[in-house]
Ligand binder design. Structure first.
Ligand code: NAD
Length: 493
C-alpha cells in the first residue's frame, strides 16, 4: 500500500503514525540537507512532540541546495511528505513509525527567490543544517573560511541567486534586518566538534566579504547553539525498502532506517524561541563540549578505526568488522588507550559503559550499516574525527602507533582493492588530490602527509608520527592487514 495521507488509517496497528492534525502545523523550522540523518533524528524528536500535542508552531520545511536533492523531494512529495522511520536492532522491541513533521520541501534550483523568502519569513524561527562535515567551507588546519572556493565567489557575485548555504542565509538575514525582524537561530546538527561555532565562523566569514554591517548585525543577533547529535543512520538500501514492504505492506519511496539508540545534547541558546524538545528526551546544557568531544572522539573516531582496515579485509558492514575479533580488539584499544585518556570528565556518563554500548551498537546485525558509508569523504572526516586526538597525542608525547595505523590504512585503502582481490570504489570529493598523494613509490609518505587540509601542519612536522606512519604503511604494504594488526597489538603502549 502506497504511503500517503489517505492510506494512513489502513496501516497495520503496530505502525505508529501522526496523532495530530497536520493541517494545523505551521513551519517554524527550515531544515537544509534532508538526508537520512535529519529524518531519523531532529524530525523524529519534533514528531514525538507533535504527537504529544506540543510544537504546532514548529513543523519543518525541508530544503535541498543540490540537484541531487530532487530525488528526495520527489519521493516525499509523492507521499504527502510522509515517510517511514524503520528502526532496526537485534531486539524485538524496535518501532516502525510514520513521521509527518516535514510538511513541505523547497529546492533551491527551482526558485532561489522562494527559498530566500521562506528563510526571511517571520514564521521561520530556526534554520537547521545537516550539510555534511565538508559543507562548512572551512580549512580544518586553520579554522578559516575558504573564501576562494569557486561556489563562494559565485555567491558573492550573485547575491540574489546564490548556490551555497551561506549565500542563502545572508540574503535572508539581510531582508530580516532591513525589515526590523528578529533573526532565526542557526542550528547545526552536523558531526563536527563545536558545530555551532564552526557554523558561526563560516557564516560570519562569508558575510564579512559581502557587507560588514550585516556581518556585525549577524554577530550580535543570530545564535548558533553547539550540539552533540547521535543516531547511526545508514543509507537506505533496496533491501531495506523490500524488508519494510514485506513486514508492513508499506510502499515507501524513501524510508529511513536507523538504530534504536538516539541522543541529542544541545546548548540552550535560541535567538527566536524553540520547541520544548526536552519533553521528549533532548538534553539542554550550558556546555556541550565534553559530550561532543566524547562522542566524536569515541564513536566517529572508532568508525574511522574500523572503516579502512575493515574495507581492506573485505568487510561490507560494520557488524562484520565487530565479528572480526582482531579488528574489534584494535578498535577497543584505540578507544581505551588513545581517545579516553585525553577526554575531560563528562557529566553523568560512565565512559566504560559508553564504550561497551558503542561496540554493541556497531555490532547491530539488523541494520546493515555500510562500511562504504563510513569511508565516504574521509578527507573531511579524518580531520574532524581523528585529528583532534592525534594532535593532543603528539603534544603529550603519547604512543602513536594505533592512530598512525588508521591514517596509514586510509592511505593504503586508496588503491581500491581489498585483500581478497576485490575492487571497491573510493569516494571522496577530493579524490584526485588524495589519490595522487597516495601514489606508491618514492616520497609517498611525505606526499601523503602533506595533504594539509587533512593533516594540517603539525602532523607532518612530528618526527615521531611520520616514523610511526611510515612503519605502519610499510607493514600494510608488505605484510598485510592481519599481520600489521598483530604487530600493532603486540607493541601496545
Ligand atoms: P545524506 O547523504 O543522507 O544527506 C546529506 C544531505 O546533505 C543531502 O541533502 C545533501 O544534498 C546535503 N549536502 C551535502 N553537501 C552539502 C553542501 N555542501 N551544501 C548543502 N547541502 C549539502 O547523509 P546523512 O546520513 O543525512 O548525514 C548528513 C550529516 O548528518 C553527516 O554528514 C553528519 O554530519 C550528520 N550525522 C549523520 C549521522 C548518520 O549516522 N548518518 C549521524 C550523526 C550525524
Amino acid at each position: 500500500m502506497k504511503l500517503n495521507t489517505e492510506n494512513l488509517s489502513q496501516l497495520p496497528a503496530s505502525v505508529v503514525r501522526p496523532s495530530y492534525d497536520r493541517c494545523q502545523v505551521k513551519q517554524g523550522i527550515v531544515h537544509i540537507g534532508v538526508g537520512g540523518f535529519h529524518r531519523a533524528h531532529q524530525a523524529l524528536y519534533t514528531e514525538m512532540l507533535l504527537n504529544q500535542g506540543y510544537a504546532l508552531d514548529w513543523g519543518i520545511c525541508g530544503v535541498g541546495l543540490r540537484s541531487e536533492d530532487r530525488a528526495m523531494k520527489s519521493a516525499l512529495a509523492s507521499q504527502d511528505y510522509l515517510y517511514t522511520l524503520y528502526e532496526l536492532g537485534d531486539t524485538n522491541d524496535t518501532q516502525i513509525q510514520v513521521v509527518g513533521a516535514i510538511g513541505d520541501f523547497l529546492l533551491a534550483e527551482d526558485s532561489p527567490e522562494a527559498l530566500i523568502a521562506k528563510l526571511a519569513n517571520p514564521t521561520t524561527r530556526i534554520v537547521s543544517l545537516t550539510i555534511t562535515e565538508g559543507g562548512y567551507c572551512t580549512d580544518d588546519s586553520t579554522g578559516e573560511f575558504l573564501a576562494e572556493l569557486p561556489e563562494i565567489r559565485h555567491d558573492l557575485e550573485q547575491p540574489q541567486a546564490p548556490k551555497t548555504v551561506f549565500g542563502f542565509l545572508t540574503a535572508a538575514l539581510k531582508l530580516r534586518r532591513d525589515a526590523g525582524l528578529t533573526p532565526f537561530t542557526l542550528m547545526s546538527c552536523d558531526n563536527l566538534p563545536h558545530n555551532g561555532q564552526i557554523a558561526r565562523k563560516a557564516l560570519l566569514g562569508f558575510a564579512a566579504l559581502q557587507d560588514m554591517q550585516l556581518h556585525d548585525w549577524i554577530a550580535e543577533n543570530v545564535s548558533f547553539p553547539n550540539a552533540m547529535v547521535d543516531r547511526i543512520t545508514p543509507m537506505t538500501s533496496d533491501a531495506h525498502r523490500r524488508q519494510l514492504r514485506d513486514e508492513t505492506g508499506i510502499e515507501d519511496a524513501w524510508p529511513v532506517v536507523a538504530e534504536p539508540y538516539i541522543q541529542w545534547v544541545i546548548e540552550d541558546k535560541f535567538a527566536n524561541g524553540r520547541p520544548e524538545w526536552e519533553v521528549v528526551g533532548v538534553q539542554f546544557t550550558d556546555n556541550v563540549t565534553p559530550y561532543e568531544e566524547m562522542k566524536i572522539g569515541l564513536l566517529n573516531g572508532a568508525h574511522q578505526a574500523l572503516a579502512y582496515l575493515g574495507a581492506l579485509l573485505g568487510h561490507s558492514f560494520t557488524h562484520e568488522t565487530m565479528q572480526d575479533r582482531q579488528l574489534r580488539k584494535f578498535v577497543r584499544a584505540y578507544m581505551d588507550k588513545d581517545v579516553t585518556p585525553l577526554l575531560a570528565e563528562v557529566p553523568g556518563i560512565d565512559l566504560d559503559a559508553y564504550k561497551d554500548s558503542l561496540i554493541e551498537r556497531f555490532s547491530n546485525t539488523a541494520i546493515c550499516d555500510q562500511v562504504s558509508r563510513i569511508c565516504y569523504d574521509a578527507s573531511s572526516r579524518l580531520p574532524k574525527f581523528v585529528l583532534p586526538t592525534l594532535l593532543k597525542q603528539i603534544e603529550a608525547g603519547r604512543p602513536l602507533h594505533r592512530t598512525a595505523l588508521i591514517a596509514a590504512a586510509w592511505c593504503h585503502y586508496q588503491q581500491g582493492v581489498d585483500e581478497k582481490g576485490n575492487a571497491f570504489e573510493v569516494e571522496d570529493p577530493r579524490l584526485e588530490r588524495v589519490q595522487q598523494a597516495a601514489r606508491c613509490g618514492d616520497g609517498q609518505v611525505e606526499r601523503f602527509l602533506a595533504l594539509d587540509e587533512v593533516f594540517g601542519r603539525k602532523v607532518p612536522e612530528s618526527k615521531a608520527f611520520v616514523a610511526a606512519f611510515r612503519l605502519q604503511l610499510g607493514r600494510l604494504q608488505t605484510l598485510g592487514v592481519r599481520r600489521t594488526l598483530e604487530l600493532t597489538m603486540e607493541g601496545e603502549g
